[in-house]
Design a protein around this ligand. Structure first.
Ligand SMILES: *Cc1c(COP(=O)(O)O)cnc(C)c1O
Length: 344
């Protein structure tokens, strides 16, 4: 078998959820959009529900329908994109709670599903989703008359604790919601770490559950082991891979491993990327191809059977740095071809 193995440590995932939960006095939800940040929303959510999570967030209604099938009745499932045209049957059928983002969405919701639970998303400066202050003032009385399940907003710079934007958004959120009798939520992973005043009634961590920054104390959740298909000697002056981008400067040994950019190993990583054989780092040699990568294993005492891209020696954020991106993109790019193993 030559497919790589992606192992998700569900015990580490639930430990991360409990750790983040222990840092607040309020409820801790779980964000499982984009198929649980690429790790499998059904498996991830079932483990988190067993650990005590009662509130899940997804990006779009279709994800909510699949999640309801995985979780069954009970946990609440909220949808960040709100109530879009065409979503009504999905929202009603799977008992989803849309986070309404505009007056249009609110009208659509109360007209098509009167009495069905909803939350509200406010814009406090990110200018991405949610009602702005003027819009909110216009519908506040009507909205609050229908007992929203949650009033939420999202921080743009929470991964940078000393950015003034955090305090500005907190102040704006308070101006828009102080005195209101509904649960409030402002913090994702970064917001939890900013401190108590950002916590309100419910937090919405995503990346921290999966072992990513800015949760520096997170336990690693993901391991990616890639089989070596072939190993060969190359002489000084010989080249490896497309475009002859790597040339041996000394007698070298090259392992060809069975994954590539079609599996989410971003091609731009090539020149900086390393893998590990046990705890020994080995550099990529040449360009990352669609399904294959050359790795310079000259320094190893023997030929490896597999090489590890993500694991205890190299976090998703280190791998992200190879491509000047973030751990979130590495996780959500993880390929469909991997054999997926869940450790409990
Ligand atoms: C993705 C997302 C989250 C989770 O953010 P993390 O940084 O992954 O913890 C929370 N709230 C909203 C609105 C989001 O879009």
């Amino acid at each position: 078998m030559s497919t790589a193995t992606l192992t998700t440590d569900l015990a580490a995932l639930t430990a991360n959820w409990r750790d983040l939960d222990s840092r607040t006095a309020c409820e801790t939800a779980a964000v499982v959009k984009a198929d649980g940040y690429g790790l499998g929303a059904a498996e991830v959510s079932r483990a988190l529900a067993a650990a005590g999570a009662r509130h899940f967030f997804v990006a779009v209604a279709e994800e909510g329908v699949a999640l309801r099938q995985a979780l069954g009745e009970g946990p609440s499932i909220s949808v960040f994109s709100g109530h879009m045209a065409g979503d009504t049957d999905l929202i009603a059928g799977a008992q989803l709670t849309p986070m309404l983002n505009s007056v249009d969405q609110m009208l659509r919701h109360v007209e098509s599903l009167p009495g069905h639970p909803f939350g509200l998303q406010l814009d406090t400066g990110m200018n991405r989703l949610g009602m702005e202050a003027a819009e909110w003032d216009a519908v506040k009385a009507i909205a609050l008359g229908q007992s929203p399940t949650l009033i939420m907003s999202h921080l743009a710079c929470a991964d940078t604790p000393d950015d003034d934007m955090n305090a500005r958004q907190l102040a704006r959120f308070r101006e828009m919601t102080d005195g209101i009798d509904a649960p409030r939520s402002l913090a994702a992973t970064g917001g939890i770490l900013l401190g108590t005043e950002f916590h309100f009634d419910l937090t919405r961590p995503g990346i921290g559950l999966y072992g990513g920054l800015p949760f520096v104390d997170a336990r690693p959740v993901v391991t990616l082991d890639i089989p070596v298909i072939q190993v060969r000697d190359v002489s000084p002056g010989e080249t490896v891979g497309y475009g002859n981008a790597w040339m041996a400067g000394q007698p070298s040994r090259i392992a060809t491993i069975s994954s590539g950019y079609a599996d989410g190993i971003i091609r731009a990583m090539g020149p900086k990327a390393r893998l590990h054989a046990g705890d020994m780092p080995v550099p990529v040699a040449g360009r990352i191809s669609m399904d294959l990568i050359g790795v310079d294993v000259t320094t190893l005492p023997g030929d490896p059977e597999t090489l590890q891209l993500v694991g205890p020696h190299q976090s998703v954020d280190t791998v992200a740095d190879f491509a000047d991106t973030i751990g979130y993109e590495i996780l959500t790019s993880l390929g469909a071809r991997y054999r997926r193993v869940y450790r409990t």
